[in-house]
Design a protein around this ligand. Structure first.
Ligand code: ATP
Length: 243
């Protein structure tokens, strides 16, 4: 199917997504859009269905119902390994870098969808964005600090030059100063034009950096809108911002 070129078309359009784990109906009819250049965040409590939504878009889970369209092309049923070739990359929850490989080898693994001759320029680009990883190029991934492993996971996701980068809980388990650094990097990626779908439990940080947001409650979208407006919303403040 040919790619449809239309500025008004969202880069990602998810419609009426339903996902089950056996009898558990985890995602109950979620629809969302991400436009080119945006940061869109999914926030919500534990178990709201955020990771399930992201993993389904990434092709790791199969929806029972609904459609997923990337760049005008239906991609549901594509499968995770092929989604990278369609321009989508997922930086999973818990980082999941290759613990026994070096920083450089981890990054090269992220570029498996790219032609060999382009890998070096991607590495240069990623090392420019993450100078700390350049310093540790030959270090074994598993020996990096938690914050550095998160940076490596994000850098690895960038190696495929994705149209859409999906980040699952990048702040998880990190000290506040490292959380600030990770969000600074997300902001920089945004400023350089990377389109991001961000899942976060840290609603304050996520809403501060995002353009738009969807609030998930027990598998459904409870609210959506401009992130700056949701940050001021009384219900959001009470439920997710501890105010
Ligand atoms: N592998 C699984 N098997 C069975 N049920 C699952 C599985 N993974 C998630 N669930 C259930 O699906 C629902 C949504 O979980 P999900 O992990 O998507 O939520 P979440 O919003 O990402 O929360 P968290 O921040 O805790 O990951 C929850 O009820 C959860 O218990």
């Amino acid at each position: 199917m040919s790619e449809i070129k239309n500025q008004d078309l969202p880069l990602l359009k998810v419609k009426d997504l339903h996902v089950y784990y056996g009898a558990i109906h985890a995602v109950k009819g979620i629809s969302l859009e991400v436009h080119e250049g945006e940061i869109v965040t999914l926030i919500g409590a534990n178990g709201a269905g955020k990771s399930t939504t992201l993993n389904t878009i990434a092709g790791l889970l199969k929806p029972r119902q609904g459609s997923i369209v990337l760049g005008g092309v239906p991609v549901d049923g594509t499968g995770a390994s092929k989604m990278v070739f369609k321009g989508l990359s997922l930086c999973p929850e818990g980082r999941r870098i290759f613990q026994h490989m070096t920083v450089r080898e981890n990054l090269e693994m992220g570029a498996y969808s790219r032609p060999n001759e382009e890998i070096e320029s991607s590495l240069e680009d990623v090392f420019r964005r993450f100078p700390r990883l350049k310093e540790r190029e030959k270090q074994i991934g598993g020996t990096l600090s938690g914050g550095e492993q998160q940076m490596l996971a994000m850098a690895r996701a960038l190696m495929s030059k994705p149209k859409l980068m999906m980040l699952d809980e990048p702040s998880m388990g990190l000290a506040p100063i490292l959380v600030d650094q990770i969000f600074d990097i997300i902001q920089e990626l945004h400023e350089s034009g990377v389109t991001i779908l961000l899942v976060e439990q840290n609603a304050q940080m996520a809403l501060s950096v995002a353009d738009r947001a969807y609030v998930l409650e027990t598998g459904r979208i409870a609210m959506s809108g401009d992130a700056s407006e949701l940050l001021q919303n009384d219900d959001v403040q009470k439920a997710y911002l501890g105010n």
